[in-house]
Design a protein around this ligand. Structure first.
Ligand code: ZN
Length: 74
């Protein structure tokens, strides 16, 4: 009898679902993400998207002061 099992042939993909190439020059502020915001940071300008998480349309980047107001509970 052949005891070789082929049950472990399942393939799982752990790749991030949001690997958008147009966001390659961005990062995410975790403090803003915890506040339910998109929180994407446009690194060249240092501005942050303050729209809700998974918002429709393009990001709107705001100044760091405005982002800090959100973190502080504003
Ligand atoms: Zn955004």
């Amino acid at each position: 009898m052949n005891a070789e099992a082929s049950a472990n042939g399942a393939e799982t993909y752990a790749a991030a679902p949001d690997g958008r190439p147009d966001l390659s020059n961005t990062n995410v502020r975790e403090d803003l993400a915890m506040a339910g915001r998109c929180a994407l940071v446009h690194l060249p300008t240092g501005r942050t998207c303050l729209l809700p998480l998974r918002h429709q349309g393009p990001c709107e980047f705001h100044r760091p002061q405005e982002a800090q107001d959100i973190v502080n509970g504003g």
